[in-house]
Design a protein around this ligand. Structure first.
Ligand SMILES: Cc1ncc(COP(=O)(O)O)c(C=O)c1O
Length: 446
């Protein structure tokens, strides 16, 4: 039965959020513009795969803290490890033994990496990788995969998006883009910017499967052109394989970056890589020194304790297997519902089972933000928060089946909206992409 939830408290707090916080959220991906207008709950707490909002509504959640929570919210073994560490102190004037233990546990799990340095944010690690590549090669340009949506909050990446105010043109000019699985587009960059590209950075996999021949050819091109190959495993690490996608696919990047699920929500990220490059940030060499990742909170005790507990849990329990099984169960159920409502070509389920996304298209099968909004609206009404359908170890059969039923009912409404017109069903304005120059669409045309 449809439970039309009430959002009075959330709606009444919206203005206060926006008065205190630019964008009403500390992360754009969580912002109001990403959610249906009347269905944008503020969260009170979470446990496992469920969250409760400030109106007392209960939801099965997907996305899991921007993919950072792979085991579940407030997951006992992890919070217990973090708590125990907090009782012993979390930040000292000299390294804690815990820093070595976490580094060694990580290096054991990710055999391709010879050294590792921790930070709080993934962006700090990808930016450090870029700097290290520039220092190693003496070159300045960065080739990024243009099909991958996010690498860093820093200027070298945000300068290449539509929301690039405040970033000098000289910085923007240093970032160039190639296409995923398209070796000709990489070759073209090396030709057009001969002798200028310091590194190539990409995620191992996103919506379409990685072509292993592509990545081999890419690495050869990097070697030939004296550029470093950086694999950004922020999402794939701790979702594709215990040792990251690089272990699953036997890829040896020069540098790789991890974060997100590594701490099951605690802030911990990593720059890992080959010793010959990483040790330029060290104390015992004769080369020019590189200021490599040095932050006050980089080795915060309870986050490292959480990371060790996460790595431990992954080795004791088949977390990766579980994410895959539940993801495939969800995909199969949703595809059946898509077929039931003849929505092929209008709603799609894409990607790796541990990191599924859905797409929404209109009557003409063109990508549609209003239809995305409608689908999210109908899911939220039925107790599902799903900016995507990225799951966790806490999503069990019953949760997945509840989701399939709720989303199937949401699809029934989607079908009617296609047949009768979306205006009859969409209750507020549409969601919008994060990367846009103006808040309101009409400014684009001005
Ligand atoms: C692939 C990828 N790289 C890097 C980052 C940046 O990580 P953080 O938000 O921790 O700075 C993200 C964050 O969404 C990401 O998805």
């Amino acid at each position: 039965m449809v439970q039309y939830r009430k959002f009075n408290q959330s709606i009444s707090l919206k203005e206060r959020f926006h008065r205190a916080i630019p964008g009403g959220s500390h992360t754009y991906a969580k912002g109001d513009d990403q959610y249906p207008e009347q269905y944008a709950p503020y969260i009170a707490r979470g446990k496992g795969c469920r969250v409760w909002d400030i109106d007392g509504n209960e939801f099965v959640e997907y996305g899991m803290g921007l993919r950072a929570v792979s085991l579940g919210h407030a997951f006992d073994p992890i919070i217990e490890a973090a708590h125990q560490q907090m009782l012993k102190g979390i930040n000292f004037s000299r390294p804690a033994l815990l820093e070595l233990q976490t580094a060694e546990a990580f290096l054991q799990l990710v055999p391709g990496a010879e050294m590792v340095k921790f930070a709080k944010n993934g962006s700090d690690c990808t930016t450090a990788a870029i700097k290290l590549a520039r220092a190693v090669t003496g070159k300045t340009k960065v080739a990024i995969c243009g099909d991958h949506p996010f690498f860093s909050v820093d200027d070298w990446f945000i300068g290449a998006t539509a929301i690039n105010a405040g970033i000098p043109q000289s910085t923007k000019d240093l970032t160039v883009k190639f296409r995923f699985n398209d070796i000709a587009s990489v070759q073209q960059l090396f030709d057009e910017h001969a002798g200028e590209i310091a590194c190539v950075i990409m995620e191992p996999e996103k919506y379409e499967p990685l072509d292993l021949e592509f990545v081999q050819a890419l690495q050869s091109l990097c070697k030939k052109n004296n550029a470093l190959f950086i694999l950004d495993e922020m999402i794939t690490g701790f979702r594709w394989h215990n040792g990251g996608a690089q272990t699953l696919y036997n890829i040896q990047p020069d540098l790789s970056t991890f974060g997100k699920a590594m701490g099951n929500g605690f802030a911990v990220a990593a720059l890992a890589g080959k010793r010959e490059y990483m040790e330029l940030g060290g104390l015992y060499h004769d080369k020019e020194r590189v200021f490599l990742l040095s932050t006050t909170h980089g080795a915060e005790g309870h986050a490292l304790a959480a990371a060790i507990a996460v790595m431990d849990f992954y080795q004791k329990e088949d977390v990766i297997g579980h994410l895959n099984i539940q993801g495939e169960r969800l995909r199969a159920g949703l595809e059946k519902a898509i077929s039931t409502y003849a929505l092929e070509g209008h709603i799609g389920v894409h990607g790796h089972p541990a990191c599924l996304v859905f797409s929404t298209k209109d009557q003409d099968k063109n990508p549609s933000q209003p239809f995305r909004t409608l689908f999210m609206q109908e899911c939220i009404k039925r107790g599902i928060i799903a900016p995507n359908i990225v799951n966790s170890y806490s999503h069990k059969d019953a949760d997945t089946d509840f989701t399939i039923q709720a989303m199937s009912d949401a699809m029934a409404v989607y079908r009617k909206a296609l047949d009768e017109g979306i205006d009859h069903y969409l209750e507020g304005r549409s969601v919008q992409p994060v990367y846009r120059k103006w808040n309101h669409e009409h400014r684009n045309k001005a």
